[in-house]
Design a protein around this ligand. Sequence first.
Ligand SMILES: Nc1nc2c(c(=O)[nH]1)N[C@H]1C(S)=C(S)[C@@H](COP(=O)(O)OP(=O)(O)OC[C@H]3O[C@@H](n4cnc5c(=O)[nH]c(N)nc54)[C@H](O)[C@@H]3O)O[C@H]1N2
Ligand SMILES: Nc1nc2c(c(=O)[nH]1)N[C@H]1C(S)=C(S)[C@@H](COP(=O)(O)OP(=O)(O)OC[C@H]3O[C@@H](n4cnc5c(=O)[nH]c(N)nc54)[C@H](O)[C@@H]3O)O[C@H]1N2
Ligand SMILES: [Mo]
Length: 764
Amino acid sequence: MHHTLSHWGLYEVVQDVDGPRLVASAKDPDPSPIGLDQLSPTVTRLRVKRPAVRRSFLEGRRTEGHLRGKEPFVEVEWDEAIALVASELERVIGRHGNSAIFGGSYGWSSAGRFHHAQGQIHRFLNCIGGYVRHRDSYSHAAANVVLPHIVAPLDTLMAQHTSWDQLAEHCELFVGFGGVPLKNAQVTAGGAMRHHVREGLEAMRRAGTRFILIGPLRADLDVGGPFEWIQIRPNTDTALMLGLMHCMLKSGRHDSGFLDRYCVGFDTVSTYLTGRADGVVKDAEWAAGITGVAADRIETLATEIVSSRTMMNVAWSLQRARHGEQPYWALITLAAMIGQIGTPGGGFGVGYGAVNSVGTSKLRMTGPTFPQLANAVSDFIPVARIADLLSKPGQSFSYNGNVYRYPDIKLVYWAGGNPFHHHQDLNTLAAAWAMPEAVIVHEQYWNPVARMADIVLPATTTLERNDLGYAGREGHLVAMKKVAEPHAQARDDYDIFAQLAARMNVGPAFTEGRDETGWLQWLYAEAVAQARKLGMALPSFEEFWDAGLIDLGDMPEPPVMLGEFRADPKAHALPTPSGKIELFSATVAGFGYQDCPGHAVWLEPDEWLGAAQAARFPLHLISNQPSRRLHSQLDHAAYSVDGKVAGREVARINPADAARRGISGGDVIRLWNDRGSCLAAAAIDDGVMPGVVVLPTGAWYDPDRSLEVPLEKHGNPNVLTLDRGTSSLAQGSSAQTCLVEVERFEGGSAVTAFDLPEIQARAS
Ligand SMILES: Nc1nc2c(c(=O)[nH]1)N[C@H]1C(S)=C(S)[C@@H](COP(=O)(O)OP(=O)(O)OC[C@H]3O[C@@H](n4cnc5c(=O)[nH]c(N)nc54)[C@H](O)[C@@H]3O)O[C@H]1N2
Ligand SMILES: Nc1nc2c(c(=O)[nH]1)N[C@H]1C(S)=C(S)[C@@H](COP(=O)(O)OP(=O)(O)OC[C@H]3O[C@@H](n4cnc5c(=O)[nH]c(N)nc54)[C@H](O)[C@@H]3O)O[C@H]1N2
Ligand SMILES: [Mo]
């Protein structure tokens, strides 16, 4: 049996008369349909077939970066493309040094531990002297940076999450800020195996757990039965948590014993809660005024939370907003006051449902990685500062207690990510993107990032190469066998970099003399060594490859997050300065940031429903993760297209907000603010709270360039979103902080299927 692993899951490869086809794996109780279309003709139609170069770039006019995305491409032979890329790299390194190359190249690319585009490009650039890199992720930058100051790195916590079966046994009340969206649990970076979140939630409900969803969208929770939905104004969860804390403090129901033994800094927090610090009492009335949640419901909720075994979870989206560090810090403070951290079924969670792997009982093994070697360049950016990097060379920025400068980037090299999907305020990014002298992209499809490049090199897909599949906490090693020949002239990222490396005289450093099989055996040997340390003997590579799949099994004991710390806080001290949970952090306070002080506080975001700006832009835009694809990947596949109306993404809006604007279901609507505008198809939905409009990410960026102010035609919300760091601490993405207005669009409604770019014959 052939298997293929993708971020969306394990699929079986069936050989039909007319070629291979993917079907859901029989091993998966709740498979995701997202990956099934990978081999379909509609998907293949938009493949990049041959190396291609933007016309004026090929003619040597490098200064015309503003023509990126607006000019036809000319196809060239591979040899010429490799020579051109090598000479661009050599030219830039020779004149400006390696810190003029941005190779951050953020993105999910494809599953597989060897052909992982990130690892490939970073290793190659390190072989030629280094590159400017990125730090953290769009997913959870604010949490990544703040959590080590408070409790432990996010990765450590994610690996420890109390398992779903423990929750079913012990959890009485589950409170989900932003829910546990099943749409998101379809994926795990590197490959979801057994989709278990639905059965996890349903088992909890059957065992009697009560669920409360706190958020703007009812669809963020589905437990197969009833639950309570508390609507909250987006970006105000911190105020609600502070209000809950005040209720507990006022009535003395907080757990002083836990706070003394396991935490530092509660005194500072309590002077803030009572208003002694700033004259503002953070009581239920105060929180109600900010959040829109009724004061008496806040009071009763505080009682329910302290008097039950309560698990409180935050979605990652809460920290993808201005001051996104705060809801995480506040949640941990609230959980500490209740004193249930480290108990099975109680405490806090930082991402149940964000991906499938959170809450498994599978063995914890890191898994083998393709070595990236050392980077000789020390410059970096916090990942979401890309537009600032390109447009503000020499300018300084703060990050986690230090000040750094943006280097002057002349060449951008991207493989395995789509910045014209992931970045905010795309009109500003497009202007910044015009500034470097060269943009090189490896892509599988003629998607927006390929179109915005000077040189596009066609990359193979997972199905066109052999690989080793593994994702931490999914517990399986998968032999990902090639099922199709490369499309047209597509090549593996590895082969492209190996050819470039050879041409630039670093061939052996890059390949170490190994081909694909050599590297797969090398990676497998790594896995064998890791498993041995955990007391497991894995079979030989040949046996593994024949078997197709190895199940590493479960942990000896089901995990309980911070259970060891609770049992013995000295022997299992946390990696914080005090070894305890830092409700107040002297380190963070010492940074002196107005926008991220030393303990959890309510700070108004730049844009929210309580802001003055809401008079002009009265709707809060939630641009959440799409249910029918992964980011921008496979946006043109049938499953994604079936979720659209006439090629446009669907924006959901509350009936009252729609009626006020004369909008009916299926209407073409325009969403806009001072940063941009896009079209979408309206869906009227009472599962969206009033004052909110939901437009998921992922529609391929397609601005109408004939207009002076670009109008994006497919419904890409990132032409509207705010490009500002979460705070001086983490500088994460603030995508969820965004106000807009919406109207019916009367300007015609031509269907807007995404097509191939113009490819011209070479002028001889
Ligand atoms: N408004 C808003 N914006 C957001 C978010 C949000 O919530 N709201 N979420 C953010 C988050 S959390 C994330 S993680 C980012 C995701 O942003 P990205 O990870 O950049 O998005 P993807 O569409 O997954 O891009 C992956 C690209 O890699 C290509 N690719 C796949 N496999 C290969 C390969 O083997 N080789 C090569 N060369 N290319 C390959 C795919 O074709 C695709 O173009 O988006 C962020 N943007
Ligand atoms: N199908 C699918 N699954 C995915 C992805 C995908 O692209 N497609 N992307 C993956 C990636 S890279 C990541 S990082 C994770 C992201 O995981 P998350 O960041 O958690 O995902 P989102 O869908 O952005 O947000 C979850 C829900 O939070 C709610 N929400 C937004 N803002 C607020 C707020 O201020 N307060 C409250 N209470 N709720 C709010 C929204 O209604 C939203 O539906 O998802 C992963 N899973
Ligand atoms: Mo993400």
